[in-house]
Design a protein around this ligand. Structure first.
Ligand code: ADP
Ligand code: MG
Length: 262
């Protein structure tokens, strides 16, 4: 089998094709195409305002692109095929799709009034995937995986930022998502807490989870990314393995960006 055949027949975890997004007259995404394979770890880099968060929000259907589409594991996001036409999905169907995509935010976004255990157990219960006992058993297991097995009864405010972000990662894992999106997961943390969160993400990366990570942690990107995608002005400027994009960038804009963050 040739390389081309292999690529064509390999399953696709995430397909973004021709995505354009405007806010009013401001074009924020300007024709993004990206195909991500199962288990692939993709790091997205780019200056502030380049459209990175918007891209993640489009993938998760928190924003709707004006042109183009996204599919996760072969299933189009937000629409379904009816004959040869596309029809918008109901809000309920969109929520079901969204539950198959994990999202970890910069500011953790935990439920402040719920314990750590209930934060992680909440979504599998709310979506009817698991009963309460099973969801709590799963939550305990996931919290152990992120090193917080001893803190299941704590409330978010009693935890450090690094611990809260690890809870948020366990919460994203609880729905067994096909892909997990991270939007600058360590940029709200004190420097001494960054490492513990990156270690948990690295554990996911090496265990075959499909990850899309927006981060300015270049050293981390070099270590874990299969592919680095550099975005500027809502366009992919260049992409490739870290050894190319980070060490031998082809475009002036990439070189300029890297010289500022390295
Ligand atoms: P990044 O994450 O790369 O910093 P964003 O995707 O957050 O960039 O934003 C890209 C551009 O879109 C910015 O100019 C930002 O001001 C603008 N933008 C983002 N969200 C909105 C919104 N809800 N309404 C209007 N403009 C927005
Ligand atoms: Mg952003």
């Amino acid at each position: 089998m040739t390389t081309i055949d292999t690529l064509e027949t390999a399953p696709v975890a995430l397909e973004i094709s021709g995505v354009h997004k405007w806010y009013g007259a401001h074009r924020v995404l300007d024709g993004i195409d990206l195909t991500i394979r199962p288990g692939e770890v993709t790091v997205i880099l780019g200056p502030s305002g380049s459209g990175k968060s918007t891209l993640l929000r489009v993938i998760n259907h928190l924003e709707k692109p004006e042109i183009g589409h996204v599919s996760v594991n072969g299933e189009p996001i937000g629409v379904k095929r009816q004959g040869d036409r596309l029809k918008e999905l109901s809000e309920r169907a969109i929520l079901a799709q969204r539950s198959r995509i994990g999202f970890v935010f910069q500011n953790f976004n935990l439920f402040p009034h719920l314990t750590v255990l209930d934060n992680v157990a909440a979504a599998p219960i709310a979506t009817g995937k698991l009963g309460k006992t099973q969801a709590q058993a799963l939550a305990k297991e996931l919290l152990e995986r992120v090193g917080l097995g001893e803190r299941v009864g704590a409330y978010p405010r009693q935890l450090s930022g690094g611990q809260q972000q690890r809870v948020a990662i366990a919460r994203a894992l609880a729905l067994r998502p096909g892909v997990i999106l991270f939007d600058e997961p360590t940029s709200a943390l004190d420097p001494e807490l960054v490492g513990e969160v990156l270690a948990v993400i690295k554990d996911l990366a090496t265990s075959g989870t499909t990850l899309v990570i927006v981060t300015h942690e270049i050293g981390f990107a070099r270590e874990i990314a299969d592919r680095v995608v550099f975005i500027d002005g809502g366009r992919i400027v260049e992409q490739g393995p870290p050894s190319e994009v980070l060490d031998k960038p082809q475009h002036e804009r990439t070189r300029d960006f890297l010289s500022k963050v390295l």
